[in-house]
Design a protein around this ligand. Structure first.
Ligand code: ATP
Length: 303
């Protein structure tokens, strides 16, 4: 069995002459919360619609639960989606909305509806009609509806878009709970890396239809972590000097460069120790990157 719940191979969707997604090869491990980040028009919805079976690719393929092509119909039931406008009836309560979806799927009972409302924190919404919900409540109701049938994989398109800070926290906590308590693998898109990074175990960055980067949350943390970059004449000798003054978090990058990721505020002492040991230090630079700066660097431009 593959460790991946979803892989895409050179997935491409062309509208006219424009590739909305362009040879995307994505890898979503089982159990991941995969944060799919890209600005408006980058191609997130296009890819999600294909995966959800709401659209078809122009070329390329994908494998979902180990199935591809004609076999995909058999695994669609295991996928729950919240893409674009969720199918919410405005004059119904949260309970009635979830009940309606349960009836369509033939899985209705009161206890089950309440369980799903509880899972998204809407158990207390009572008699309030959906049209009077905040945007955050509406998104959570959309998630509850997508949960009907107990999907193993959820595709959530921009569920935090347009929410106020409180709404963002509520939706984020809901998604986190679904992943941890229900063990659901989640593909979630956003244009805000900071927000996605708080819950994602993996990140994929898309720009102009091209998947520029895929990395784990730990790799993202490492890439953005504060470090002292040191350029010297002899990196191997400098490594020994740094270790002799008790530095353990260090990495030799090449014959001349070492990165130190601890005692960041002691760069002057580090420099002194190296110089006293006869090492020529040509550069010593403290750097670190905010997530959004990293995102801008990877996508190569202003937001
Ligand atoms: P947003 O957050 O704005 O939805 P997105 O990353 O989801 O952005 P997509 O909606 O996937 O982006 O759109 C990707 C590109 O494909 C855009 O340039 C868009 O204009 C184009 N596009 C999407 N759907 C169609 C369509 N049905 N016909 C023509 N072009 C389309």
């Amino acid at each position: 069995m593959s460790e991946y719940l979803l892989t895409t191979q050179d997935l491409t969707k062309t509208y006219g002459r424009h590739n909305a997604i362009d040879h995307v090869s994505m890898h979503i491990p089982k159990g991941a919360v995969y944060g799919f980040i890209g600005r408006n028009g980058a191609g997130k919805t296009t890819l999600m619609k294909i995966i959800a079976g709401l659209s078809t690719q122009t070329s390329g393929s994908y494998e979902l639960f180990g199935c591809s092509g004609a076999q995909l119909g058999a695994v669609r039931e295991k996928v729950g989606c919240l893409i674009e406008a969720p199918g919410i009836y405005p004059d119904m309560t949260a309970f009635q909305n979830v009940k309606a979806k349960c009836l369509v799927r033939g899985v209705y009972n009161v206890g089950y509806v309440n369980e799903l409302l509880q899972a998204v924190g809407l158990f207390d919404a009572g008699k309030k009609k959906a049209k009077d919900f905040s945007l955050g409540m509406r998104q959570r109701l959309g998630i509850a509806i997508a949960l009907v049938g107990d999907p193993e994989f959820m595709v959530l398109d921009e569920p935090i878009n347009g929410l106020d800070p409180q709404g963002i926290v509520e939706v984020r906590e809901t998604i986190h709970r679904l992943a941890i308590e229900r063990n659901i693998t989640i593909l979630i898109s956003s244009h805000i890396l900071d927000e996605l990074a708080k819950i994602a175990t993996h990140i994929g960055i898309i720009e102009n239809g091209v998947l520029l980067k895929e990395l784990s949350a730990q790799q993202l943390k490492d890439e953005c972590a504060a470090k002292i970059e040191i350029v010297v004449d002899k990196a191997a000798a400098a490594m020994a000097v740094l270790q002799s003054i008790g530095i353990t978090q260090l990495q030799q990058i090449n014959a001349n460069q070492i990165n130190v990721t601890e005692r960041i505020d002691e760069s002057a002492a580090v420099n002194k120790a190296l110089v006293e040991a006869g090492i020529a230090v040509s550069k010593l630079n403290v750097s670190g990157e905010a997530l959004e700066d990293y995102y801008i660097r990877i996508t190569g431009g202003a937001r």
